[in-house]
Design a binder for this molecule. Structure first.
Ligand code: 13P
Length: 284
């Protein structure tokens, strides 16, 4: 196994024209399904816990569970804390062995975003952990982080070099038209903005809001410079419908594993399809 940082897992992505999939999990079954899917494709994978997932599963349980699963998987696995606004929780996740964290201070002013992010980078670097931050504001709802349409704001390419230099981050989430959650209408993605940002910085760029983006949309975003693609809501929906299906087909089923193994299987299939689109199959 290799339990790696975000910095390591994203190395070479842009030069080689692929992105690594980053998938949100909320329990044992979905994370096992995600990692199984990546193993089946021999692909590197990033598994992401939100603050809510860490609180639900437990801090140590999250870190030790993923490390345990990763130990028997012969692919690079990165354990990432997604969209964290609580600095105390971020430090605790770093202490317990997460290999990457996202500090999301994007709702704050530009200078406050830099200061908060830089303080987490200083702590994380000492512990050998990577840091992702966000510049601009991705719209929609990601658990406790809610950005309405009026507050969503595309990343200004001109700000990027200064932000990257002053924070020392390892990856940057950019806003270019995607949003968290299901789309009400087809999103209009600003690919030129991705290309303009990729032109002026070498920092790996992150696309949030992967659920509902078309295959062509992913491919174009990656061609223009995206290195990490986040997918969450689609896996949540897959999880719930897997259980509903077993319940509908066999309402008398009394063995919880009969419900839960379909969650593993279905999450693995979703992840395998994404890995093919992201171009990271065979790169594990
Ligand atoms: P979706 O839930 O829209 O797939 O977005 C996930 C995400 O960006 C997590 O940070």
């Amino acid at each position: 196994m290799s339990f790696v940082t975000l910095k390591e897992i994203l190395r070479g992505t842009r030069e080689n024209g692929y992105a690594v999939g980053a998938f949100n999990f909320n329990s044992y079954e979905d994370v096992q399904g995600i990692i199984n899917g990546a193993v089946a494709k021999n692909a590197p994978v990033i598994v992401m816990a939100s603050m809510g997932a860490v609180k639900y599963i437990g801090l140590k349980a999250t870190a030790y569970m993923v490390r345990g699963i990763a130990e028997s998987a012969e692919i690079p696995v990165c354990l990432h804390l997604d969209h964290a606004t609580d600095l105390d929780l971020i430090r605790k996740c770093i202490d317990v062995g997460f290999t990457s964290v996202m500090i999301d201070a994007s709702m704050k002013s530009y200078e406050e975003n830099i200061q908060e992010t830089a303080s987490i980078v200083a702590y994380a670097k000492k512990m050998g952990c990577s840091v992702e931050a966000e510049l601009g504001r991705v719209g929609g709802r990601e658990e406790e982080v809610i950005v309405d349409e009026a507050s969503a704001a595309f990343t200004n390419p001109e700000d990027v070099p200064d932000f990257v230099k002053r924070t020392g981050i390892d990856a940057l989430a950019i806003a270019f038209g995607t949003a968290h959650g299901f789309y009400k209408k087809e999103p209009k993605l600003d690919y030129e903005r991705i290309a303009a940002i990729a032109e002026i910085t070498e920092i790996p760029l992150v696309m949030h809001g992967g659920t509902g983006v078309s295959e062509e949309g992913f491919r174009k975003a990656i061609r223009n410079g995206i290195s990490k693609v986040n997918v969450g809501t689609e896996l949540k929906a897959t999880y719930v419908s897997a259980i509903r299906d077993v319940t509908a087909k066999n309402p008398g089923e009394g063995d919880p594993r009969k419900y839960m193994c379909s969650v593993k299987q279905d999450c693995s299939e979703v992840v395998q399809r994404k890995i093919d689109i992201f171009g990271c199959a065979g790169r594990g």
